[in-house]
Design a protein around this ligand. Structure first.
Ligand code: HEC
Ligand code: HEC
Ligand code: HEC
Ligand code: HEC
Ligand code: HEC
Ligand code: HEC
Ligand code: HEC
Ligand code: HEC
Ligand code: HEC
Ligand code: HEC
Length: 320
């Protein structure tokens, strides 16, 4: 049984030649097929072909989307609102939308729906599926192969569903539900007294992480400035400042803050601010500056006086 509904009688039997109009149409599609075979059938970077597209697909092996719709009526109907209909507009309206992912379909069709002659991503290895998708999407997601996800065999269709999605970006489930399905260990952090409001929908996992891989550790989005992922939103901490706090530049924001959630106010890594500062400044804080003259004691929070802790344009000790 077809999961998507009954297979209707195909107009494309063994001899389409009996219908002249149809032949013209098929020829047109085959012409298109040539373009498509070069555009999509042969994946980028001269690598070996993918899945069913292996074995050097010849242009004539493509049969065109109309043919698929003949039997997979439900799938084809639902597909009309899929962003992938745009494949048809690529490369001079080539029109082999389905076969862009499923590979050349002529043998499958002529075999009356022979399932051994078509690439079914649901049954293929993640690597083969990813390769097919990256044939078109490698430009936007060049780091996928070295991402922790790819390395753990979490492929494109672990998170995306081409035919079954009702979410943005063809996701299988909205964020953060999708991510928590596998990362349940991170869930508790977002329930802590202080947390980034991911569950509340104010910010998303993908604001800080690129699930498709990055150059940084932990899939954290990075640029030349290691703090850029945070300063995109917290612009006031970005600088550059006349007087930089070396800790911010050297350790990054996570040197003092826990990004997901924390028991401590301001998402600080430690319950006591002074303890946090004294990790690095103990000798200084014990020294003369903070003796009686400066009026400091170990109970008064350092940030009562050092208010511009991320850097200052006015005071070398971040007092203003
Ligand atoms: C002659 C009718 C017919 C046509 C035309 C046809 N299919 Fe199929 N297709 C079938 C049948 C029958 C099955 C098996 C259904 C099942 O077992 O659930 C099938 C199964 C599939 C599957 C799943 C394979 C699997 O492993 O279960 C895919 C993917 C598929 N077709 C894609 C296509 C594409 C793409 C086209 C157009 C190039 C196409 N089909 C054209 C009849 C057809
Ligand atoms: C962007 C890639 C892509 C395109 C384009 C595409 N498919 Fe699929 N198709 C998939 C993937 C991936 C699966 C595996 C199930 C899933 O993830 O939804 C699949 C599964 C199927 C199946 C198996 C039954 C099922 O629902 O699981 C059929 C049949 C099918 N596709 C037919 C088609 C037809 C017909 C078209 C053109 C109208 C088409 N596909 C276009 C990627 C694609
Ligand atoms: C033949 C080229 C091609 C292949 C193969 C392909 N895609 Fe696409 N994909 C496209 C095009 C074209 C768009 C539409 C881009 C646009 O809207 O600008 C698209 C859009 C998308 C989107 C964005 C949807 C949105 O709502 O913005 C996702 C997600 C996606 N593809 C995932 C996949 C996955 C997963 C696969 C493999 C199963 C795949 N694609 C295979 C060409 C392709
Ligand atoms: C771990 C889950 C996950 C995996 C694996 C994954 N994606 Fe995505 N993808 C997402 C999420 C979440 C979004 C929406 C947020 C965003 O844009 O990053 C998205 C968005 C997209 C988009 C649309 C926006 C954009 O950035 O272009 C495309 C296209 C896409 N993914 C393609 C792919 C392809 C191709 C693969 C496999 C090579 C893949 N994805 C693997 C989770 C995933
Ligand atoms: C299908 C399961 C699955 C889904 C869904 C999934 N992940 Fe993952 N993720 C993994 C696996 C497996 C790894 C690699 C092993 C590990 O480090 O836990 C991983 C690794 C990661 C890492 C790197 C962890 C590290 O220690 O380097 C981050 C960050 C991440 N995922 C974020 C996300 C986000 C954000 C989403 C949702 C958009 C998501 N994941 C969806 C399974 C998944
Ligand atoms: C505010 C930015 C931000 C948001 C939002 C965010 N993360 Fe993270 N995440 C990070 C940073 C930064 C790290 C690296 C932590 C470090 O270096 O100590 C990280 C680390 C991780 C790790 C690996 C280490 C660990 O804690 O297990 C996983 C997995 C992860 N995040 C998943 C998620 C998921 C799932 C979501 C959404 C529910 C999410 N993150 C939301 C910034 C964020
Ligand atoms: C997409 C935007 C966004 C990104 C990216 C982001 N944040 Fe936030 N952050 C927020 C918002 C919004 C709040 C306030 C949430 C609230 O009202 O609880 C917040 C709150 C905070 C707070 C607590 C502020 C307070 O007054 O209690 C700290 C600390 C913080 N973020 C640090 C970080 C760090 C570190 C990173 C990078 C790992 C980061 N943020 C990335 C949006 C973001
Ligand atoms: C040297 C430790 C340290 C580093 C590094 C650090 N912060 Fe902070 N941050 C603090 C302390 C301490 C507070 C609490 C200040 C207070 O309570 O008055 C704070 C407060 C915040 C707040 C709350 C609003 C505010 O300004 O009081 C945000 C947002 C924030 N930090 C974001 C960041 C970002 C983004 C980075 C990286 C660019 C970063 N922090 C790096 C120590 C640090
Ligand atoms: C990860 C280590 C680290 C942490 C944590 C840290 N700092 Fe710093 N801080 C430094 C370094 C390194 C310098 C630069 C020292 C230098 O130039 O001699 C510095 C410079 C300073 C200066 C300016 C010193 C001067 O000579 O002008 C002040 C004031 C300061 N830190 C206060 C704090 C306070 C308050 C905290 C806690 C909120 C804190 N720091 C947390 C590493 C750290
Ligand atoms: C009552 C206000 C106050 C408190 C509380 C305070 N400081 Fe200071 N701090 C100062 C003043 C004033 C200076 C001297 C600035 C100058 O010389 O221009 C200073 C200077 C510094 C310097 C530069 C020292 C040097 O020798 O160059 C560091 C580092 C520093 N403080 C760290 C800390 C740390 C860590 C804490 C918390 C344990 C702390 N301060 C608490 C007021 C305070």
């Amino acid at each position: 049984m077809l999961r998507d509904g009954p297979v209707v009688q195909s107009p494309y039997g063994a001899a389409p030649g009996k219908k002249p109009g149809l032949r013209a149409c098929l020829t047109l599609m085959l012409g298109a097929g040539i373009l498509c075979a070069t555009a999509f059938g042969a994946p980028a970077s001269g690598s070996k072909s993918t899945g069913a597209q292996a074995k050097e697909a010849a242009p004539g092996d493509f049969i065109g989307t109309e043919a698929c719709a003949g039997c997979h009526e439900e799938v084809a109907k639902k597909f009309s609102s899929n962003p992938h209909t745009k494949i048809a507009e690529m490369h001079g309206k080539a029109g082999i939308t389905c076969e862009g992912c499923h590979g050349p379909g002529r043998a499958h069709v002529e075999g009356g729906g022979d399932v051994t002659k078509i690439f079914d991503p649901a049954k293929a290895s993640p690597k083969d599926v990813d390769k097919t998708c990256l044939g078109c999407h490698a430009g936007a997601h060049p780091n996928f192969d070295r991402s922790p996800h790819a390395k753990a065999n979490v492929g494109c269709i672990s998170c995306h569903s081409i035919h079954g999605s009702k979410e943005d970006a063809l996701l299988k489930a909205p964020q953060p539900t999708l991510c928590f399905q596998c990362h349940s260990d991170t869930k508790s952090a977002f329930n802590m007294p202080f947390h980034h409001k991911v569950n509340e929908g104010l910010i998303q996992c993908s604001d800080c992480h690129d699930p498709h891989g990055t150059f940084g550790a932990n899939n954290v989005k990075t640029t030349a400035d290691q703090n850029a992922v945070c300063t995109k939103c917290h612009t006031e901490t970005r600088g550059p400042f006349v007087y930089e706090h070396a800790a911010v530049k050297a350790e990054g924001c996570v040197g003092c803050h826990t990004p997901h959630g924390s028991q401590n106010a301001r998402l600080l890594n430690m319950p006591n601010v002074n303890q946090l500062c004294n990790q690095c400044h103990n000798p200084v804080a014990q020294g003369s500056v903070h003796g009686v003259s400066a009026g400091s004691n170990s109970f008064q929070p350092c940030v009562d006086c050092h208010v511009s802790i991320h850097g200052s344009n006015m005071n070398a000790a971040f007092l203003r």
